[in-house]
Ligand binder design. Structure first.
Ligand code: NAP
Length: 284
């Protein structure tokens, strides 16, 4: 069997076209969606991520601002900037690029962002809203994975068993919660899980969010399962690869996401969706 690819670039293009249309309608009513992106320090990977996010905003007709600060910025100065953006009516979403320099407390920074502008979905209010099924902002990466499942007709996962590998606050845990709300039976695995393959072999959907190559190999996958690869690693040639042994698993799975071109582009797309929703809520 050769799995069908779930193409994150193609799905992103489709979702971004819809976002651009809705953004144009809002802008015509005087409410152009606006995103502020804050980068502190000179982490080269972060610089690329924020550039891509700002470019994605421009492509769908959003207003965006990129605020870059030296690594010496104090925590108090950063919190004051967030406070100002919380009160700026042209800004509907605020994103602080992580990681932050060590002298700044990530948690304090995230909690200073107004929950109404928390388009990354990392605020405790957003996590709590997801937990109880209230309106909030969904963390972009797992939200993108759910969109990918929806794109292959798996919006409702009643009767399906989903296994999430990884339990971080920004990917694994919200992923598990979203799958649960889509009616899947959910197992969450992590570094303390004994016999990972025992769990994954029973899964109709496997989401790998670990950050290690070849965590999921062909012998660990049920024939026909859907495999979503969140991981971003480098292989021996220095090329981007996921957590899944793609060459092997694609021969067993029914659907699979590639790396690159899978979950990555969907993450930025869902940031745009969240920013649009923030602007729509503000304009309602
Ligand atoms: P993280 O905070 O390091 O969490 C990794 C998780 O994997 C932890 O829960 C850890 O378990 C678990 N784990 C480690 N080794 C394991 C093993 N051998 N078997 C089973 N579980 C294991 O990472 P993260 O921030 O969630 O990110 C995960 C990956 O996704 C990374 O490669 C990251 O770069 C990528 N990522 C991609 C996107 C995207 O847009 N494509 C976005 C975010 C993250 P413990 O909790 O027990 O330590």
């Amino acid at each position: 069997m050769t799995a069908q690819l779930i193409d994150g670039n193609a799905l992103s293009a489709q979702v971004r076209t819809e976002v651009a249309q809705r953004a144009a309608a809002l802008t015509a009513r005087g409410h152009q969606p606006g995103l502020a992106v804050i980068l502190v320090g000179d982490n080269p990977a972060s610089a690329v991520y924020v550039r891509n996010k700002v470019k994605a905003c421009a492509d769908v007709g959003f207003h965006s601002v990129l605020e870059k600060y030296e690594a010496t910025m104090t925590e108090a100065e950063l919190l004051a900037r967030i406070d100002a953006l919380n009160n700026d009516p042209a800004i509907h979403g605020i994103l602080v690029q992580l990681p932050l320099p060590k002298h700044i407390d990530d948690h304090k920074v995230i909690e200073t962002i107004s929950p109404a502008k928390d388009v990354d979905g990392f605020h405790i209010a957003s996590a709590g809203a997801l937990m109880v099924g209230e309106v909030g902002f969904k963390a972009c990466t797992p939200y993108g994975c759910m969109k990918m499942l929806e794109s292959i007709g798996m919006k409702d996962l009643r009767g399906k068993h989903a296994v999430v590998i990884g339990r971080s606050n920004i990917v694994g845990k919200p992923m598990a919660m979203m799958l649960l709300q889509a009616n899947a039976t959910v197992t969450v695995c992590h570094s303390g899980t004994a016999d990972l393959a025992h769990h994954t072999r029973q899964a109709d959907v496997v989401v790998a969010a670990v950050g290690k190559r070849d965590v999921l190999t062909a012998d660990m996958v049920k024939p026909g399962a859907v495999v979503i690869d969140v991981g971003m690693n480098r292989n021996d040639e220095g090329k981007l690869c996921g957590d899944v042994d793609f060459a092997g698993v694609k021969e067993v799975a029914g659907h699979i996401t590639p790396v690159p071109g899978g979950v990555g582009p969907m993450t930025i797309t869902m940031l745009l969706v969240n920013t649009l929703e923030a602007a729509e809520r503000g304009a309602a």
